[in-house]
Design a protein around this ligand. Structure first.
Ligand code: ADP
Ligand code: MG
Length: 468
């Protein structure tokens, strides 16, 4: 992961210094692009730009060689701290011809915009993210546990999910970026029933996840546990959700779809080999490392769904069960399921990736959604599937066999003729293991586990996924 330059900048506490030698900081800028550096804001006004006379001159080698450098103005924008009748506010004044953007919206030359905590500043084009602004007076850091804020600064929300929000975090000192998942433990209990010994269960789970090591599975960096909340610091993934990508590009061409699918199947096979069932596979939980079409994928949001089980299953029942295996619907969520449920869900994902639409639809007049799923009523109409190979369709059909006992397993998915494609595999391995020229480390399938961790052996513990 890229570490952004901090120029020996050390955010040791909320203010710059306690001894009075420096004024107190009222704000902080965190770099989002690699040619920008972190800084504390103490003065009432700062100018930013290409010109040498700016308070913050974009004059580093990284800035000068950046593709947007020529598009910056000599003075591109100004930050102004101003006392007004409604209190003290921070303004961003756009002085550039190409524009300064706040959260993707152009401010416009000569115009001012009130800057709020966690606002993102982009320069010249909205994709060229430069900083995230942190208003130290408005930041909610005071609610965060000490162990967390000692090591990380939390900024804007990256995404929301079933059990809370995920925020961008910067490690203090190095400014390395992470994602911090914030889970309210209250939400774990459904219908007022708090499962006993929840914390130790959660921590046991987290320890299992910490021991997982696979390039296509989100790495857990750190965990801070408090009586009410759980903070999980994760490896940051910057390319967004697979779901949004499919929507944006309509559908994947078969070659690219195969490259991404192969990585997902490898990751889930690895999880299954560790005795872990994901249970919540859907395109929102597959993250993309970059914006490129051919990119590394990361599976997220696994394992922990066990603790939101009743809740998330209920949610799924109330919402659209698009990815839910038929056996879960058949038993209304109260049966014992095997890892075959993941295979079904990934089959649905592959269907969507290659066609751009889901296999089951609420709009179908003759049959409601659960009935379509439980009966396996889906098809591959020529008008949408004519460009997709029969082998790909065959794999989807095998993954979406209604009877879980007859459904293909992940070991066989990886041996399916569709994935016997050396060119694709070479590309996938290069994405997954860039430091070793696409060679997997010899002992890969077995996660290293510290003997001291003391949690149960995961294979046995998670043999079936519902009853544990
Ligand atoms: P939940 O269990 O609440 O569904 P997720 O792990 O799916 O949580 O996270 C919710 C959303 O937050 C994701 O869909 C994604 O948009 C974002 N997100 C989660 N983890 C990361 C990460 N490591 N890097 C970047 N964004 C993330
Ligand atoms: Mg999720």
């Amino acid at each position: 992961m890229e570490t952004l330059p901090c120029h020996d900048f050390d955010f040791t506490d909320g203010v710059n210094s306690q001894d009075g030698s420096q004024p107190e900081a009222w704000g902080r800028l965190f770099p989002l692009g690699s040619s920008f550096v972190a800084m504390d804001l103490t003065a009432d006004e700062y100018t930013f730009g290409r010109g040498e006379n700016c308070d913050v001159a974009f004059s580093s080698q990284a800035a000068k060689t950046h593709q947007c450098f020529q598009a910056y103005s000599k003075v591109h924008f100004k930050l102004i701290r101003n006392k007004t009748t409604t209190g003290t506010h921070t303004f961003l004044e756009d002085l550039s011809s190409n524009g300064t953007f706040v959260n993707g919206d152009k401010v416009g030359k000569g115009k001012r915009h009130v800057l709020n905590n966690n606002d993102e500043i982009s320069l010249a084009v909205k994709q060229n993210k430069a900083y995230v602004f942190m208003d130290l007076n408005a930041s909610e850091d005071s609610h965060l546990p000490k162990e967390l804020v000692e090591k990380y600064t939390l900024t804007r929300v990256l995404g929301r999910g079933a059990c809370g929000e995920v925020r961008l975090a910067f490690a203090k000192g190095s400014c390395e970026k992470f994602a911090c998942k914030i889970i309210s433990k209250k939400k774990f209990s459904v219908g007022g029933k708090t499962p006993v010994n929840l914390t130790s269960q959660v921590m046991g789970e987290v320890n299992i996840l910490k021991a997982l090591k696979h390039p296509c599975i989100i790495r857990i960096e750190d965990v801070v546990d408090t009586p009410e909340m759980l903070y999980i610091v994760l490896e940051l993934v910057e390319g967004g959700e697979l779901f949004d990508k499919v929507v944006a590009i309509d559908k994947y061409d078969e070659a690219t779809g195969k490259l991404l699918f192969f990585q997902m199947a490898t990751a889930i096979k690895y999880l299954h080999d560790q005795g872990i069932t994901h249970r919540d596979l859907k395109p929102e939980n597959i993250l993309l490392a970059t914006d490129d079409l051919e990119t590394l994928i990361k599976v997220t949001d696994f394992g922990l769904s066990k603790f939101v089980d009743a809740g998330s299953m209920m949610k799924t029942f109330c919402g659209t069960p698009t990815y839910l295996a038929p056996e879960i619907l058949l038993t209304a969520g109260s049966g014992t399921y095997t890892k075959a449920i993941d295979c079904w869900s990934l089959g649905v994902i592959l269907f969507i990736m290659l066609s751009g639409y889901p296999p089951f639809s609420d709009e179908r007049k003759d049959m409601d959604l659960p009935k379509q799923i439980m009966g396996g009523h889906f098809s591959f109409p020529k008008q949408y599937w004519s460009e997709v190979s029969d082998t790909a369709v065959d794999l989807i059909k095998q993954m979406m066999i209604v009877d879980p006992k007859k459904r293909i397993t992940f070991a066989d998915v990886l041996n399916h003729p569709w994935l016997k494609d050396d060119g694709m595999r070479t590309k996938a391995m290069a994405l997954m293991y860039p430091d070793t020229d696409g060679m997997a480390p010899p002992k890969l399938p077995v996660a290293k586990r510290k003997a001291t961790e003391g949690d149960e052996e995961p294979t046995r513990k998670r043999k079936s996924s519902k009853d544990d």
